[in-house]
Design a protein around this ligand. Structure first.
Ligand code: ZN
Length: 420
């Protein structure tokens, strides 16, 4: 018996050359040109199964409430470690200060492994299970690895993670704690990435490498579906998205695109690609009006530090098709934004996620946001995984003697500059 299919899924279409592929067997890249693929759905059929009113009555809080819009047939038996359903945090005071109608943070730090990547992993694990692929393999040193290790543990699945030798122990310990098989590779991240592609092909394992598997953007698109639902099916005017390999902004576009096809929203938000100045392949291509060219990436924001964005085609389309724009921010601006965001909202973002806030502030200063607009900042991951970089802007105080006088002196010194 073949695998179950989601009958709403028509097939896949190449983003670059437009050639269609059937849904079975699930393709990775376009066989004609090597381009990235989009999942295509029968929207009339979906509309007959799922309505905004029907969703209102659905008690499922995870991303599986949108299962009719995903390229899988079923849902995992155990959904108690909830993926998705993250808060859209309103910031009315800041919105007023910046003359906006509304300002929100989509807080993806609350995902099970602390990043938006859980959306892609959760759907990819279900997809691989439906095709009888028990083992899932990925190359990652960061959020994708933590996500795969966490959710594979939850679903009782085998995860194999390849990392470049010499990766910091702090990033590896959580992966090993979750029981994933960790294989350091003598070589670079790109060597590990290519080895994963070979392993997946030769051993029949499922690849969770982004940029080659269209199911990953389908998982990530659920963040856009949630934002729209949380805004009562109104698309915001602008969404600021941190961009590294381009998979997230590609997914955000696809989510809003699907909703527009269904007629549940009435416009696409302008998507703003925020990149670190030292890792700006996508923004350079946007500004030059051309295609992606590799850069030598250098930034403190390791989640968006990418030489050649593997999902660059989808990233460019996301910005161009929504009349959005790209913007770059320096490492200093990212670190300042990380601190300002934590201090102003209580949300402790990793540097690559804080880049969204830094890009928003820069766009305001350059008058790229009009008065009265509604804006969503996509805060993609938690700062808890990378404390050393966050520690650069906050100074750890020296100890004081254990008596009240010493404490009073300390406290007065500490607060002396506050009202100045
Ligand atoms: Zn193609």
């Amino acid at each position: 018996m073949g695998p179950l299919m989601n009958n709403n899924l028509i097939g896949y279409r190449c983003v670059a050359c437009g050639i269609s592929q059937p849904a079975e067997p699930p393709p990775m890249l376009c066989p004609a040109c090597g381009g990235a693929l989009d999942a295509e759905y029968d929207y009339d059929r979906i509309a007959a199964q799922l309505t905004p009113a029907g969703l209102t009555g659905d008690t499922e809080r995870s991303l599986w409430r949108y299962r009719a819009l995903l390229p899988v047939a079923g849902t995992p038996a155990n959904r108690s470690l909830q993926v998705g359903g993250t808060p859209l945090v309103a910031l009315p005071v800041l919105a007023g200060k910046f003359d906006l109608s509304a300002l929100y943070i989509k807080d993806e730090t609350r995902q099970p492994s602390g990043s938006l990547k859980d959306r892609a992993t959760e759907v990819a694990l279900q997809h691989s299970a439906e095709y009888g692929q028990a083992t899932v393999v990925a190359a990652s040193t960061g959020n994708a690895a933590a996500s795969l290790a966490t959710l594979a543990a939850h679903h009782g699945r085998r995860a194999v993670i390849l990392v470049p030798a010499g990766t910091a122990a702090g990033k590896l310990v959580p992966i090993m704690q979750c029981g994933a098989i960790l294989c350091p590779v003598d070589g670079t991240y790109d060597d590990a990435f290519e080895l994963v592609e070979t392993i997946a092909r030769e051993l029949g394992w499922y690849s969770r490498n982004s940029g080659s598997n269209p199911v990953l953007s389908e998982g990530k698109k659920t963040v856009a579906l949630e934002i729209a639902e949380q805004l009562q099916w109104e698309a915001p005017d602008k969404v600021f998205v941190p961009v590294g390999d381009g998979c997230i902004i590609g997914g955000v576009y696809k989510g809003f695109y699907d909703l527009l096809q269904l007629g549940w929203t009435h416009k696409l938000p302008q998507l703003v690609a925020v990149q670190a100045a030292g890792s700006a392949a996508v923004v350079r291509a946007l500004e030059a009006g051309g295609e992606i060219e590799a850069v030598q990436a250098d930034t403190i924001a390791d989640g968006i530090r990418v030489n050649l964005p593997r999902d660059g085609q989808k990233a460019l389309r996301a910005v161009r098709a929504t009349d959005g724009f790209g913007i770059t921010v320096t490492d200093d601006e990212i670190l300042e934004a990380q601190h300002a965001l934590a201090k102003g909202t209580g949300i402790f973002a990793e540097p690559s996620a804080a880049a969204a806030y830094a890009g928003f502030k820069k766009a305001l200063s350059q008058r790229l946001i009009s008065p009265g607009e509604s804006v969503v900042l996509l805060i993609t991951g938690s700062g808890l995984k990378d404390l050393p970089s966050a520690g650069r802007l906050v100074e750890q105080p020296e100890p004081v003697a254990a008596n009240l006088g010493a404490f009073r002196e300390f406290y007065e010194r500490f607060t002396a500059g506050e009202s100045a």
